[in-house]
Design a protein around this ligand. Structure first.
Ligand SMILES: Nc1ncnc2c1ncn2[C@@H]1O[C@H](COP(=O)(O)OP(=O)(O)O)[C@@H](O)[C@H]1O
Ligand SMILES: [Mg+2]
Length: 280
């Protein structure tokens, strides 16, 4: 059933015109390009079929779906998607966010252009990590880090999207997508830690943008994902420093895998002019 053709009397439709352009469709919802009636500003409008009861309170007496609650919480964090508006309606919710037509997801980017050069990859990675550290400081855990959920614009400015799988830091449920799951979660060990899991998924992201492909496409389990990334990085003659950072993030033993704060601060690959360090 097309949402565009359906005549719905709603506050969202009073303010916005949906276009035929669908940006994406996933388990949680469908994302359209829309135009604000007032000034024709282009926005992204995500429809989610989340219905009450909602457990999280945004303002006095106003309960909202988790995705809206957490988008509101990250409103001052650089690198996180900015929510402009939201509408809780009868059959679901509309979330209106910023939209930049030059942006594409990291997955789309590597499909179209292949891997990023090391200095662009370091720039992208630094922005993702910085957003993650700020979210952690705000007590929230982003749990679906993958190339589909990170946008880059023409200057490689990062926007993390999709706050549908965010929880409070102490919530031990996980939502990671296949291919980004570390061994301890895959093996269903009970003692996994959010920080160590995050380091792993950051390592998969960094490896993917350097090798220009997402290893999960081959349906590999975590240990093989690591092998594939490491092998391809060697073949592509990535610098030793890049290789060192990815290997630390993808440490198989979660007790030995450092948290991202420890990995990042002072890692020479992120501070250096990486264009100077290509060698094997
Ligand atoms: N603000 C946006 N700008 C550009 N593309 C977007 C935007 N929001 C979502 N998308 C596209 O739509 C897809 C699905 O959106 P997302 O919020 O990740 O929904 P889901 O919860 O279904 O994964 C994304 O992977 C991306 O391709
Ligand atoms: Mg998504």
């Amino acid at each position: 059933m097309s949402l565009i053709k359906k005549k719905v009397v709603s506050r969202f439709h009073d303010k916005y015109i949906l276009t035929d352009t669908v940006l994406g469709e996933g388990a949680q919802g469908k994302v359209f390009v829309a135009k604000r009636r007032r000034d024709y500003k282009q926005v992204a409008a995500k429809f989610i079929r989340d219905k009450p009861p909602y457990i999280r309170k945004l303002r006095k007496g106003e309960f909202v779906p988790d995705e809206i609650y957490f988008l509101d919480k990250v409103k001052n964090i650089d690198g996180c998607l900015k929510m402009l508006d939201y509408y809780v309606e009868k059959d679901g919710c509309w979330i209106v966010t910023e939209y930049d037509e030059t942006s594409m997801t990291l997955r789309e980017y590597i499909e179209d252009y292949g891997g990023l050069d090391e200095s662009s990859a370091a720039y992208v990675f630094t922005q993702i990590v910085s957003a993650f550290l700020q979210m952690e400081d705000a007590g929230i855990a982003y749990k679906d880090l993958k190339c589909d959920n990170v946008l880059v614009d023409e200057f490689f400015t990062v926007t993390i999207i999709d706050f549908g799988s965010v929880t409070e830091l102490d919530d031990l449920n996980y939502f990671y997508s296949d291919g980004y799951i570390p061994p301890e979660v895959e093996d269903e060990l009970l003692n996994y830690m959010f920080g160590a899991v995050t380091s792993w998924s950051l390592g998969v992201i960094l490896g993917s943008i350097l090798i220009g492909g997402e290893p999960f496409e081959f349906g590999l389990r975590s240990r093989k994902v690591k092998k594939l990334i490491v092998r391809r990085m060697k073949k592509l003659r990535c610098s030793k420093l890049a290789w060192d950072l990815v290997s630390k993030c993808l440490e198989l033993n979660c007790d030995e895998r450092p948290e991202i704060r420890e990995i990042i601060y002072g890692h020479p690959w992120l501070g250096s002019d990486t264009s100077m360090s290509f060698n094997s």
